[in-house]
Design a protein around this ligand. Structure first.
Ligand code: IPM
Ligand code: MN
Length: 362
């Protein structure tokens, strides 16, 4: 029997409750697919700051490096906002991405018919949406140097970050997007701000250069302001959206809302070799933590991505995804997904139990 080592990072806020639900489902899934999981659970983010003083303790990083894949829930809490940057939960996440070389962030946005009523957009615009945001994750303004804060001679303060990309960083993320599109509908829209930014000019030049190796790909370009508008005007025009770190952060939250709730969106962060990190796109939602109100589906679908991409357990992954959609089809909804037409309002644990029942019946 194949055993996979999973570094499990529940993190903060709603993290622990969605983790428990996801873990139970994975155990049941393993039981009827002839595999097993060895979970190595570690503190990360705010919980790690509280237990060790650091958002990414050595021991947590080691467990991640030694794993077949990392499954992460969510981190962050406003109570850490006043701490110096190196003591904040988000810094732990950025360090994890850097340490594992997770340059490619894949964020699929697929509208499920059962949830069409939950979206704040009209059905006719969002029906059939099936797109993927490919976000560069270890470069751009998140990591560019110089950065910092200085006091000027006149006593005023100035803070700055640098948006920079090397051709190597652009080429490798472009390849990821083109290869993904080749397995889908062969369309890539690269999003930049090349009308203003030098870094975007290089981005665009390199993308145009790299696409030569992919003759079947239909490549288009949009400026990020236009792309933000197009995403809500006509999201069906997109197949793969390829973009940089900051633009991808913003556009993927926007795209998430097409599905009705950010509580639905999974993601994968991948390197050229070594373990990937699988996590929901949403945050730790401290305001609803511990109240059994959270939607665990984004984390469950992240686990499905982990099964498919990192563990190559394609059937288990498909069965898990189908179980989620079946439960939604039956009308079960966490509070973030409630619409007038749906009637089975349930909590985090209960929607997990419904998914578990489907899995156990496989
Ligand atoms: C995300 C998050 C992170 C980011 C934060 C928590 C550092 O918003 O994964 O989208 O900005 O990348
Ligand atoms: Mn984000």
């Amino acid at each position: 029997m194949k055993t996979y080592k999973i570094a499990l990072l529940p993190g903060d806020g709603i993290g622990p409750e969605i983790t428990r639900v996801t873990q139970n489902i994975l155990v049941a899934l393993a039981n009827n697919h002839g595999i097993s999981f060895k979970f190595d659970e570690k503190d990360f983010g705010g919980s790690a700051i509280e237990s060790t003083g650091s958002p990414l303790p050595e021991d947590t990083l080691k467990a991640c490096k030694d794993s077949d894949a990392v499954l992460l829930a969510a981190i962050g809490n406003p109570k850490f906002d006043s701490l110096p940057r190196d003591k904040r939960p988000e810094t732990g996440l950025l360090k994890l991405r850097e340490e594992l070389g997770l340059f490619a962030n894949i964020r699929p946005v697929k509208i499920c018919d059962a949830l069409i009523q939950s979206s704040s957009l009209k059905e006719e615009f969002i029906k059939g949406v099936d797109l993927v945001v490919v976000r560069e994750l270890t470069g751009g303004i998140y990591f560019g140097k110089p950065k910092g804060k200085i006091t000027l001679e006149d006593g005023r303060e100035r803070a700055f970050n640098t948006m920079s990309y090397s051709s190597h960083e652009i080429d490798r993320i472009a390849k990821i997007a083109f290869e993904l599109a080749a397995k889908r509908r062969n369309k890539v829209c690269s999003v930049d701000k090349a009308n203003v930014l030098d870094v975007s000019q290089l981005w665009r030049e390199r993308i145009i250069n790299t696409v030569n190796e992919y003759p079947n790909i239909e490549l288009s370009h949009q400026y990020v302001d236009n792309a933000a508008m197009q995403l809500v005007r006509n999201p069906n025009q997109f197949d793969v959206i390829l973009t940089s770190n900051l633009f991808g952060d913003i556009l993927s939250d926007e795209a998430a809302m097409l599905t009705g709730s950010i509580g639905m969106l999974p993601s994968a962060s991948l390197s050229s070799s070594g373990p990937g990190v699988f996590e929901p796109v949403h945050g730790s939602a401290p305001d609803i933590a511990g109240k059994n109100l959270a939607n665990p589906i984004a984390m469950i679908l992240s686990a499905a991505m982990m099964l498919k991409i990192s563990l190559n357990e394609i059937i288990a992954s498909e069965n898990l995804e189908n179980a989620v959609y079946e439960v939604l089809q039956k009308g079960f909804r966490t509070v973030d997904l409630i619409s007038e037409k749906s009637n089975k309002k349930v909590g985090c644990k209960e929607i997990g139990d419904e998914i578990l029942k489907v899995i156990e019946g496989l």
